[in-house]
Design a protein around this ligand. Structure first.
Ligand code: NAD
Length: 436
């Protein structure tokens, strides 16, 4: 199949590379000239495990190329995927200007039948608006179909998720479009679920909201664990072993962040309110998430008494491990809050350092190039992102370098017993009081 993908970000680029890997001819379109040039020169602007090799292999095989011309993409493909941003407005509703603009741009260059697929996360009924827009701006009345095909990849394992999806959701009422979509996804051998466009759009917002709900649920349980001396890790294992519940997304911590969950939950709330059927449960999910960070900072304050002028080491800045993405990262919010209180923060992240420099991190925070460097003379070590390599650090060396041996583990990454044996005072989330 000949496919083009408009938007070469985390979703568009990985999708394009995976489609090429299974044998399709893919054109990735982006209106950021710098990004297109970077990609054309063989440099991958994001970190995602396995992506670099995948892109290089498929570019060399001439199955994948990059352009800034939407006309090139539209004229040389049968199916056009839209993977542009859908950021939130300040009231939580979705800013659809990127989608609307792409719809107009496609309409202006559309000369014969094409399938236009929305892969971006959009509010229910957006597909209808995309179709209306294309119809309005296309001067020659070309036939086309608009399909919803939400993306469920997780950053950090996006290639794996795209190559082996749990399911592929295709929202369409057109047999012609469905046949083309099935051909695209056939090599992935994944279960295909066919729905109408509105249901497909809803599936994505409902799925992300449910996952966020699971995170907030276990975080709320962690508060009760702290009040009673129970261990939330054991509670999560106990309830997660029930197949009806499942263990995933039951990880107590600083709460969810990133470019998707906060905006998608806010969007679902806004959609429900616009429809006159407020989804108040999700407001509580948001509140619990917000309180997790506040509670963590309070825990620091309760122990260190005053945060002003304290030397604090922070490990992890990305919103989750195995990515370089720092957008809406709770770790970043934490660093900014600690700086606001006058602490001297030294921060390290394995992959997020380049992206963090482009972001608004408090200028008082010092970025260093190793976890060891971060803890020198620190009065506390904070784990803000659960990068697995942090577990394998030499903690006797860490203890020797720190001024006072305190660990605040915002992701329950470390084993409290082992840390206590190393001589640290260890504070996790929902793990009762520190042992000593
Ligand atoms: P991103 O910001 O990483 O990438 C978007 C790309 O679109 C950018 O490269 C930008 O330059 C390009 N772009 C913007 N307007 C354009 C236009 N008119 N023409 C061509 N290119 C244009 O965003 P992302 O993280 O890939 O997310 C894209 C969509 O996918 C969002 O709706 C998001 O909610 C959804 N999504 C994201 C993830 C994720 O984990 N990041 C997962 C599932 C779904």
């Amino acid at each position: 199949m000949e496919i083009s993908i408009v938007g070469s970000g985390y979703v568009g680029l990985v999708t394009g590379a995976c489609f090429a890997e299974v044998g399709h001819d893919v054109i990735c379109v982006d209106n950021d000239d710098r990004k297109v040039k970077t990609l054309q020169s063989g440099i991958i602007p994001i970190y995602e495990p396995g992506l670099e090799e995948l892109v290089h292999r498929n570019v060399a095989a001439r199955r994948l190329r990059f352009t800034n011309s939407i006309e090139d993409g539209v004229s040389n493909s049968q199916v056009i995927f839209i993977a542009v941003p859908t950021p939130p407005h300040s009231d939580g509703s979705v800013d659809l200007t990127y989608i609307e603009r792409v719809a107009r741009e496609i309409a202006n260059v559309l000369k014969s039948y094409r399938v236009i697929v929305d892969k971006s996360t959009v509010p229910v009924k957006t597909g209808q608006k995309v179709a209306d827009t294309i119809r309005r701006y296309n001067k020659i009345g070309v036939e086309f179909d608009v399909v919803s095909n939400p993306e469920f990849l997780r950053e950090g394992c996006a290639v794996e998720d795209l190559m082996h999806p749990d399911r592929v959701v295709i929202g369409t009422n057109s047999e012609r479009a469905l046949a083309l979509m099935r051909t695209i996804y056939e090599p992935f051998m994944a279960p295909v679920m066919v729905t109408d466009v509105n249901s497909a759009e809803l599936i994505k917002h409902a799925a992300n909201s449910f996952l966020a709900l699971k995170i907030s649920y276990i975080n709320a349980v962690s508060v009760i664990c702290e009040a009673t001396g129970a261990d939330v890790e054991k509670v999560a294992a106990g309830i997660g072993a029930d197949k009806r519940i499942g263990r995933s997304f039951l990880n107590a911590g600083l709460g969810y962040g990133g470019s998707c969950f906060p905006k998608d939950i806010a969007a679902f709330i806004a959609i429900s309110e616009q429809l006159g059927t407020p989804f108040n449960l999700l407001k509580e999910v948001q509140r619990i998430n917000q309180r997790q960070l506040e509670r963590f900072v309070k825990k620091l304050r309760d122990t260190l008494w005053v945060l002003k002028d304290k030397r604090l080491a922070v490990w992890g800045l990305t919103f989750k491990p195995d990515t370089d993405d720092v957008r809406n990262s709770v770790a970043v919010d934490l660093v900014n809050e600690l700086c606001r209180e006058g602490a001297h923060v030294t921060a390290y992240d394995p992959k997020g350092m380049a992206k963090i420099r482009e972001l608004k991190l408090c200028p008082d925070a010092r970025l260093v190039s190793s976890p060891i460097e971060a803890v020198r003379d620190a009065e506390a070590l904070i784990i803000a992102t659960e990068w697995p390599q942090f577990e394998n650090t030499d903690f006797s060396e860490i203890k020797r370098l720190m001024q006072t041996p305190l660990i605040f583990d915002g992701r329950n990454l470390l084993d409290p017993k082992t840390m206590t044996e190393f001589g640290f005072q260890y504070y996790g989330i929902g793990r009762g009081l520190p042992a000593a």
